[in-house]
Design a protein around this ligand. Structure first.
Ligand code: UD1
Length: 422
């Protein structure tokens, strides 16, 4: 298995281009199953999760061509040859559950493996299933699979989520586009990825109102047609690279970055003493002073502080002046990066969903292990600011969500290299 070696070497400067959003692309791709006409996505990120979704769609009979070095995905689902999403693929990537709603809406049948647990908590799919039942789906859970049927087609209904779920909102939204009648989704997720999905579905002929608010209303249509859609900018990749100059000093411009994608995160950076400026091409980031101030952070659904930036923020706060308290409200067990940061000299106390971080002067390089996608990049950020070399192993996690991470960081002057495994 490959490792990444990063050596702290002071201020960074230059530009980093931000890719299309992994999480948006992973819900836009299954939308191809809703139509027998082609759906083309531009600005797609080049990531292993996208290749996994490609394999899943292909296993159902969709054609997915990766063009322009992977930046364009040309998809076509003329006839589905299978309605079964197999455990072998679903276990690799939880987002596989997003094929359930579209398949059911189009053909009235779907069999999808339950994703099982994952490194950042139990992560059930009960909300996805309840939403589809509200649209008239008949579900049977056996042998680790959801067997779903809607013999006369899905029917519009009221879906009232008990709390916000990004994936369940996406599944419900896609299914509702072809359901007969009106669907109202309450306590819907408001993430930019949901808005992007609604934009794309509308280009395909769907009738949707209210995306980006708590309530989404969908008027079902008989069929959807083809479309071309650019994937929205990845706000998590953006936030992650905004932390490079925050941690190391210097100034970095994030090309394609927009403040409204990362508003709550920018507010916390401002409190910590980081300046974010809109440049017309993106966002430019630098420290206001030499020192970073401690800040308290609570993760929340959008527009709150994203859980997917919590680990990276912890890496920044590890060397802040004072004590920061980080509360993780979305996922249990999402502090697995803390013990690894502690191996680098960070002072962190974890109690349940709360981590208390007491800033130290400097971190020291150490061998550390990536435990999940965002944890792995937080270790790289910490390594950029540490004294000496940090070796991050198990970097396959990183390949799921960050394209060309080594090249992008080398481009702003970081000392970082990827070393092939034995
Ligand atoms: C998506 C993102 C992930 C991000 C998360 C929260 C993708 C591919 N992944 O994940 O990067 O961290 O949103 O912003 O877009 N829950 C249930 N039952 C369900 C569904 C969810 O209890 O049926 C719980 C989850 O365990 C979690 C919370 O709801 O505690 C929110 O999860 P959700 O928003 O659904 O996350 P994902 O869509 O899986």
């Amino acid at each position: 298995m490959d490792s990444i070696i990063v050596t702290g070497n002071g201020p960074l400067s230059g530009q980093i281009p931000i890719a299309g959003a992994k999480n948006a692309c992973l819900t836009l791709m299954p939308a191809t199953l809703l139509s027998d006409e082609p759906l083309t996505l531009t600005n797609a990120p080049r990531l292993s999760d996208i290749r996994t979704m490609t394999a899943l769609l292909a296993s159902l009979g969709a054609e997915v061509s990766s063009l322009q070095d992977g930046k364009v995905l040309a998809m076509s689902s003329h006839d589905l040859t299978s309605h079964k999403a197999d455990y072998d693929i679903v276990r690799k990537m939880r987002a596989s559950i997003l094929v359930l709603g579209p398949m059911l809406a189009r053909d009235g049948q779907a069999v999808v493996s339950l994703p099982g647990g994952c490194a950042i908590g139990a992560r059930p799919v009960d909300l996805h299933l309840r939403a589809l039942e509200a649209l008239g789906a008949e579900l049977d859970l056996r042998d680790g699979y959801v067997h779903a049927k809607a013999p006369g087609g899905l029917k519009g209904g009221v879906i009232e989520f008990p709390f916000v779920s990004v994936g369940a909102t996406e599944n419900a939204l896609m299914a509702a586009t072809l359901a007969k009648g009106t669907t109202v989704i309450r306590s819907a997720a408001k993430e930019p990825e949901i808005v992007d999905l609604a934009l794309c579905l509308r280009k395909m002929g769907a009738q949707i109102e209210g995306e980006g608010t708590d309530t989404i209303t969908v008027q079902g249509v008989d069929r959807l047609h083809g479309a071309t859609h650019p994937v929205v900018t990845d706000r998590i990749e953006l936030g992650t690279y905004m932390l490079d100059p925050s941690i190391c000093g210097g100034e970095v411009e994030l090309l394609g970055g927009k403040r409204d994608l990362v508003g709550a995160f920018c507010n916390k950076l401002d409190e910590a003493g980081i300046e974010v400026t809109e440049t017309g091409r993106g966002l430019s980031v630098k420290r206001r002073e030499d020192h970073i101030k401690a800040v308290d952070v609570t993760t929340e659904p959008f527009p709150g502080f994203p859980t997917d930036l919590q680990a990276q923020m912890m890496a920044l706060l590890a060397t802040a002046d004072g004590v920061s308290v980080l509360e993780e409200k979305i996922f249990e067990n999402r502090f697995m990066h803390a013990p690894e940061l502690m191996r680098m000299g960070a002072k962190i106390d974890v109690h349940g969903g709360t981590a208390t971080v007491t800033g130290v002067d400097r971190l020291k390089g150490a061998p550390v292990m990536a435990t999940d996608l965002r944890a792995s990049v937080s270790l790289i950020l910490a390594g950029l600011a540490a004294e000496g070399a940090t070796t991050v192993s198990r970097v396959y996690h990183l390949d799921r969500g960050y394209e060309h991470v080594v090249r992008k960081l080398q481009g702003v002057g970081a000392l970082i290299e990827r070393v092939p495994g034995a």
